[in-house]
Design a protein around this ligand. Structure first.
Ligand SMILES: Nc1nc2c(c(=O)[nH]1)N[C@H]1C(S)=C(S)[C@@H](COP(=O)(O)OP(=O)(O)OC[C@H]3O[C@@H](n4cnc5c(=O)[nH]c(N)nc54)[C@H](O)[C@@H]3O)O[C@H]1N2
Ligand SMILES: Nc1nc2c(c(=O)[nH]1)N[C@H]1C(S)=C(S)[C@@H](COP(=O)(O)OP(=O)(O)OC[C@H]3O[C@@H](n4cnc5c(=O)[nH]c(N)nc54)[C@H](O)[C@@H]3O)O[C@H]1N2
Ligand code: SF4
Ligand SMILES: [Mo]
Length: 742
């Protein structure tokens, strides 16, 4: 494709910035601005700009690897695929299908995530599949489902942010985690709106805020309840809205009233005047929003915590109205789409539930299998990883690096090593791939086409710009080949096309009538529009419904599926059709940028308050472990660092782990800037240089989690799980900090 420009999207985070790729001298691609894509308008962070570096040979994998005599050695694709099929087949024969585990990732395209869920259920016949999104936004997803009947990270586009009156940003450091999005918050302030940031650290994001509250890690639930208490006490409840659009207020109100501001001050360390100021800034303007990210969500009470923030929005009439609402800032490149199409333990495509008989019938028909043959729900991510080597004997891993990113990582590393068989599909030799019996090298973003769904629920087309090198194959080809080897006698490989558009066509049918309905979205439409927001049902007779057969029974059309597009200028809402066959009809569905404006996705259309009360973190500090550890990210590294630690420019900016601590704590240890300090928890010990700053609470230390080895933050973290979302407590555990004698 000489001199051509390919418009596409970044391989990394959920902002899915638009970028153009042009061919470079060396046969690769160069990233250039794509100003026409509205979300980032050309702006990119350093990770996006340098993403082509990971395409280079020598950096990425270019041949399958098979373990022989203890070491990974290059092998042919035939040999490697045969080995994977044998490994999985042996486990299935000897221990049953549920002894085969599958672990996916929120970075996988919709097509891959969909195929992986299908592969697990019909090729392996296992219930044991989950993915790293469980570690990401699962608490917000669970809370959103409870309150609104639907989980879409943001129920409105980012472009609404500058027009609201106040945003409370809870535990998001988006100045580092989604830098181009800062523009929306700057515009908000230029327009006279205010920004409140809640973070135990004075982050780059907090520095932009009109008000920064720095609670003790793990106490956001108390904080939100304290604010709701004040809203009631100060007579700021929107009674009419509560009456008309919600249910369950009395219980939630009673629970909040038990959380006196002085009590909340004692728990959180945020003073009563600051709480009052936050309530004033949030309640005075006509519109306001609460946005949460991993800070309050990655807690063993993350679901209740997000529920409390949603309660605050509901009591003040700030949900399901234009320019007001609650949203979660999803994280991974396809963090939204990756949670909708079946790689989750309890899920079928279209955000359907695996234990719903109608959903099983619908999806089984699309897949051409008996509904009774579909396994039931499996274990959550941490529980699945914890069962490796015991109940689960073989694992197929695609799109995650748990040796670095899972909580209590030293234990999980041991579990992985105790497997009978591990196969990893990756683009690089990650720390987890290095432990595999077989490593399958796969194509990357610029080398393959596929769709992702960004944090706004906007479905996007990533386009292939260059030919992949010899020696790598796509994840879809891997699944096709494994299906042929493991289910060839049943012709299963036919259900795993290698052309992403073919997979997407099937995904459309599988999702039709579900909550996350993609049936009205086509590749050709995505090529022309700057993304389409789901739900987007196919309209009988509109061009988008041509070319594939009806899914059969429409009886499972989810009661939760919002049936009205609520973009202000949208035409009348077409209901999800029983048939997707072309007929005669109106224009295609416009997609749904804004949800809940008329009704919430609950059976009665009302949002639900959840009565929640404060409870402590799973592991409170004590004499032995007196300090709190929290963890997170830095701008120049991505996740487990598997990709970004291979980019020189990013390593120069963020060369290694560190322990951020307050000068008072540093003085007590006798540690100076840059001195190695040890952080010790009940799970293990990590060592990294001290970074001393007054921007963190004296009772707390912070470590980024991007590195393996001695400075691995997850050696320390606590796998205590949220009872609903099964989210581990990445954001708060008890540690002791020690100077390291050199
Ligand atoms: N550079 C970069 N960008 C990324 C990623 C990356 O790895 N690197 N990953 C992507 C992904 S998958 C995700 S999920 C997002 C995550 O995006 P963010 O949620 O913004 O990232 P984190 O740094 O994990 O956490 C945000 C903030 O929570 C604060 N925090 C810690 N404990 C608490 C607490 O108890 N309460 C509150 N209120 N705050 C707390 C931390 O100090 C931190 O500043 O970023 C995406 N973007
Ligand atoms: N302490 C602590 N731990 C955390 C967090 C935290 O805040 N604190 N955050 C958690 C969160 S929010 C997340 S999302 C997880 C993320 O942590 P991981 O799940 O480890 O995520 P990545 O590092 O992105 O790993 C993705 C892997 O897949 C590979 N890959 C990329 N694209 C593809 C593809 O298309 N196909 C295949 N087969 N492979 C691909 C990459 O090279 C990489 O090795 O970490 C969690 N862990
Ligand atoms: S903000 Fe996210 S999507 Fe945008 S360039 Fe950076 S990593 Fe890529
Ligand atoms: Mo994430």
């Amino acid at each position: 494709m000489p001199n051509s420009v390919t418009p596409t999207h970044c391989p990394y985070c959920a902002l899915q910035c638009g970028m153009n790729l042009t061919p470079s001298q060396d046969g690769g691609v160069t990233v250039v601005e794509r100003p026409d894509f509205p979300v980032n308008k050309g702006a990119l962070c350093g990770k996006g700009r340098t993403a082509p570096a990971v395409l280079a040979s020598g950096v990425r994998l270019s041949s399958p690897l098979v373990r022989s005599g203890g070491t990974l050695t290059p092998a042919t694709w035939e040999e490697a695929l045969d080995r994977v099929a044998e490994g999985l087949a042996r486990t299935r024969t000897e221990h049953g299908p549920d002894a085969c585990g599958v672990f996916g990732g929120g970075g996988l395209t919709n097509e891959k995530a969909y195929s992986l869920g299908k592969f697990a259920r019909i090729v392996l016949g296992t219930s044991q599949i989950d993915y790293n999104g469980r570690f990401c936004m699962s608490s917000a997803a669970a809370a959103g489902m409870k309150a609104f009947g639907l989980d879409r990270g943001l129920p409105f586009p980012l472009e609404d942010i500058p027009k609201t009156g106040c945003v409370i940003l809870v535990g998001s450091n988006l100045a580092e985690t989604m830098p181009p999005s800062l523009r929306y918050f700057n515009e908000l302030r230029e327009n006279g709106g205010t920004l409140i940031v809640i973070d135990p650290r004075r982050t780059k994001t907090a520095e932009q805020a009109d008000l920064h509250l720095a609670p003790r890690p793990g106490t956001d639930l108390a904080l939100a309840l304290g604010l709701l208490h004040l809203v009631v006490a100060e007579g700021r409840v929107d009674e009419e809205y509560v009456q008309e659009r919600t249910a369950g207020w009395e219980d939630a109100r009673a629970a909040a009233m038990a959380h006196w501001p002085e009590y909340v001050e004692r728990i959180t360390g945020v003073s009563v005047p600051q709480l009052r100021e936050a309530v004033r800034l949030f309640c005075e303007p006509e519109h306001a929003m609460v946005l949460t990210a991993r800070g309050p969500e990655q807690q063993a009470k993350g679901t209740d915590t997000v529920g409390a923030w949603i309660n605050l929005c509901l009591a003040t009439g700030r949900a399901g109205r234009p320019l007001s609402g609650y949203g979660c800032l999803t994280g991974q490149g396809n963090g939204q789409g990756g949670r909708e199409h079946g790689q989750k333990a309890d899920q079928l495509p279209g955000y359907r539930k695996l234990d719903d008989p109608a959903a099983r019938r619908h999806v089984a028909e699309v897949w051409g299998v008996d509904p009774d043959s579909l396994p039931g729900p499996g274990r959550s991510a941490y529980e699945l990883l914890d069962a490796l080597g015991t109940d689960i004997r073989s694992l197929l891993l695609m799109g995650s690096n748990p040796v670095v990113s899972a909580p209590r990582a030293a234990h999980i590393e041991e579990r992985i090593k105790s497997l009978d068989f591990l196969a990893v599909c990756d683009v690089v030799l990650s720390e987890t791939a290095a432990l595999a019996d077989v490593v399958l090298p796969v194509t990357q973003w610029a080398e393959e086409t596929g769709t992702t769904t960004n944090l706004e629920g906007r479905v996007l087309l990533r386009r292939r710009a260059i030919t992949p090198p010899d020696g790598v194959r796509s994840d879809l080809e891997v699944m096709h080949e494994l299906a042929a080897r493991l289910g060839g006698e049943r012709g299963l490989e036919k259900g795993f096309p290698t052309d992403p558009e073919e997979v997407f066509e099937e995904l459309r049918r599988a999702s039709a009538g579900g909550a996350a309905d993609y049936s009205g979205i086509t590749y050709s439409r995505l090529a022309e529009e700057n993304g389409v927001f789901w739900p987007c049902p196919a309209v009988p007779g509109a061009g988008d419904a041509e070319g594939f057969a009806a899914p059969g029974d429409g009886e499972d059309a989810s009661p939760h599926a919002p049936d009205a597009p609520d973009a202000p200028d949208a035409p009348d809402a077409p209901d999800a059709p029983d048939s997707l066959d072309a007929g005669t009809g109106g224009p295609a569905h416009p997609g749904t940028p804004r949800l809940f404006l008329d009704r919430f996705a609950t059976p009665d259309g009302r949002a639900r308050f959840v009565p929640v009360s404060y409870r402590a973190i799973a592991e409170e500090p004590d004499d032995e472990y007196p300090v709190l550890l929290t963890t997170g990210r830095v701008v120049a590294q991505y996740q487990s660092g598997a990709q970004t630690r291979r980019v020189d420019e990013l390593n120069a900016a963020a060369p290694g782990p560190f322990v951020e601590l307050h000068p008072r704590l540093a003085a007590r240890l006798g540690a100076a800037e840059g001195d190695p300090v040890a952080v010790v928890s009940r799970r293990g010990r990590a060592v990294a240089p001290a970074r001393i700053t007054t921007g963190i609470r004296p009772d707390t230390v912070f470590m980024p989690f991007h590195w393996p080895g001695e400075g691995r933050a997850n050696t320390l973290t606590n796998p205590a799980l949220d009872p609903t979302s099964r989210m581990p407590e990445f954001k708060a555990c008890a540690v002791r900090v020690e100077a390291v004698k050199s």
